[in-house]
Design a protein around this ligand. Structure first.
Ligand SMILES: NC(=O)c1ccc[n+]([C@@H]2O[C@H](COP(=O)([O-])OP(=O)(O)OC[C@H]3O[C@@H](n4cnc5c(N)ncnc54)[C@H](OP(=O)(O)O)[C@@H]3O)[C@@H](O)[C@H]2O)c1
Length: 215
């Protein structure tokens, strides 16, 4: 996959538009969708995500190479796994009981492992979940910038993880490849880098021990 991979961002709340803007800036064609009619987000998309195409989720996904799940985890069950079949899916979601409520299925294991089990026909990579949306946009820097920060990429499929690492790099972060989706538990709430925006050496130091024990 090249830099021209097409993105579908599902979710137009807090983090979805930020991911969409960063991706557009990096040169990716981007469609954005909610669970509803794209007409409802047409004006706001034009104003706050210029260049993004508001579409029905099914249409956005059908034309995409990479689908970013930027929806609350408690809404994940609404997504038809067949819709995402064959796609590289970036799981940017977190299990956050304060807003998701208690989801029994997500009380154990890494949330992305559970997402991946349900999306068995897709290739799931965990990324872009651990930095708050404001910071995700404000701290993005081009490669080589002295104050560039790092962001984790965790997946079981090396080719898909490489594709998403490239995307993370292009949108403004030093990608840190973790060995597996399971190792990506370090990126979720309660993990050592959740909510932290660290430079590469600090990030690697913070995740090294946990990631090794989870790989
Ligand atoms: N907020 C952050 O700083 C941040 C940062 C990184 C990761 N995350 C994670 O990203 C996820 C989303 O967070 P958020 O704060 O952006 O949530 P949010 O502001 O509540 O926005 C959620 C968006 O998802 C859409 N949506 C819900 N169900 C959908 C479906 N089935 N198909 C397509 N779109 C759907 C909603 O639109 P409709 O209801 O109209 O469909 C809404 O646009 C969460 O899991 C969160 O933990 C958040």
């Amino acid at each position: 996959m090249t830099g021209q991979s097409r993105l579908a961002v599902l979710g137009a709340g807090h983090v979805g538009p930020v991911i969409a803007r960063l991706a557009i800036k990096a040169g990716y064609p981007v469609a954005i969708a909610t669970s509803g009619d794209p007409e409802d987000i047409a004006l706001i998309t034009e104003l706050v995500i210029p260049g993004a195409q508001p579409r029905w989720a099914s249409d956005a996904v059908a034309d995409a190479d990479i689908v970013v799940l930027a929806i609350p985890l408690h809404r994940f069950g609404d997504i038809d796994p067949a819709l995402l079949g064959g796609k590289v899916v970036v799981d940017a979601m977190n299990y956050w009981p304060a807003s998701d409520g208690v989801l029994k299925a997500f009380e154990q294991d890494g949330s992305s492992e559970i997402v991946a089990r349900r999306l068995a026909g897709s290739t799931v990579v965990k990324a872009l979940n651990h930095i708050g949306y404001h910071e995700l946009e404000d701290r993005a820097r081009p490669a080589g910038a002295p104050d560039r920060r790092a962001a984790g990429v965790a997946g079981d499929d090396p080719a898909a993880a490489a594709t998403i690492a490239q995307m993370v790099d292009r949108i403004g972060y030093d990608p840190v490849r973790l060995g597996s989706l399971r190792a990506g538990r370090v990126l979720q709430p309660g993990g050592p880098v959740f909510g932290a925006v660290l430079a590469l050496p600090e990030f690697e130091r913070a995740v090294r021990q946990d990631a090794r024990s989870l790989a």
